[in-house]
Design a protein around this ligand. Sequence first.
Ligand code: S3P
Length: 445
Amino acid sequence: MNARVEAPRPLAARRGGPLRGTVRVPGDKSMSHRALMFGAVSVGETRIGGLLEGEDVLATARALSLLGADIRRDGPGQWRVTGRGVGGLVEPADVLDLGNAGTGVRLLMGLVAGHPFTSMFTGDASLRNRPMGRVIDPLTRMGAKVTARSGGRLPLALTGSNDPVPITYRLPVPSAQVKSALLLAGLSAPGTTTVLETEPTRDHTERMLRAFGAEVSIGRRDGVTTIRLTGQPELRAADLVIPGDPSSAAFPLVAGALVPGSRVTIENVGINPLRSGLLTTLRDMGADITIAGEREQGGEPVADITIAYGGLRGVDVPAERAPSMIDEYPILAIAAACAEGVTVMRGLAELRVKESDRLAALAAGLAACGAEAIVDGDTLTVIGRGRPPAGGGTVTTHYDHRIAMPFLVLGLVAERPVTVDDARAIATSFPDFVPLMGSLGAMIG
Ligand code: S3P
């Protein structure tokens, strides 16, 4: 991606007055990728409102154009996709470069696995280091052929099958990306593709596929969720409005809880129960949160969330909650560093294979800011002292948006400013983070 050939862009945040106001965060990243992809394999014109125009989603849009979908932007967040129907994508004439987007590459691998042509995938340095074996294994069982670099890493070539086999697959890791890749490959397979999960992960694919006309059944018995997709449906174009991303809302929300005197409302945020573990945890910590105006949008529950400043206390976050807040541990660790008492976060193995090794990046960043944290296996423990840490450090972000934004939030309360060594990755998911925080009164720049 272009950003990677530019110089790193350091950014600092400092303590100031209270944060106040009402804002909307950009569209949900998970849903934005899916809306474009499902539109591309539907018949007719899909209209999408509230699409996240971050680098990750734009990379997916470019890849889908290379696969033959007609994708147009009508205005801010307003997009139109004219699809080619299930099985109708065409061989891309160039390498599909998904930049920093794990969701983009893994779901697209599933989407093309039932198409009899070869696609080449790559990404930026971070994505080229992430494990693709978790998707390659089940897609190979369905009939795809994949040649990847050592360790199942990008770049890779995937030749889809003309005759994909519907399989039953138990997820070895709690990953919505793996589940979704399988279901998307299952669209081209005759019969039923079945995915079993013991730890429920975000269900945007299941919900949105139904909105496009697919038959998806979900059952839960003896602690196992069974998702069944009937293959070869005729997907019909849909009109979708994408709610605000709860993973982006997490930053102004936690900032509101930490900066004295603050009161912040985020309107129109997704509150899907499989994404709302952070709200549960913040409430356990004693945060003053009000959820109002619950309604449905784009097949998902949404609401307006208000948070007011108030002292937080340390808590024990159970491993079972991890999938419902997997992207929110970095910002929770910042809240924990300012809370009174110890916060223990368990079951975080997956954090090691995100855009960076987030456990290592968090521990190093917290230490650089004068906070105490211990990583032991897949458990992160943060010792809160009932007041913000000293700050004053420079945090290495490893081109990871969810390391950059949390430490900038810490800078808003720490005694001395906090600098992140490179803020460019923020553009992957939340391009307007700095002006939005500024509109609430935050001093970032
Ligand atoms: C996502 C699933 C999660 C999450 C990622 C988005 C998705 O990844 O961390 O930001 O859209 O399906 P895993 O599936 O690897 O847990």
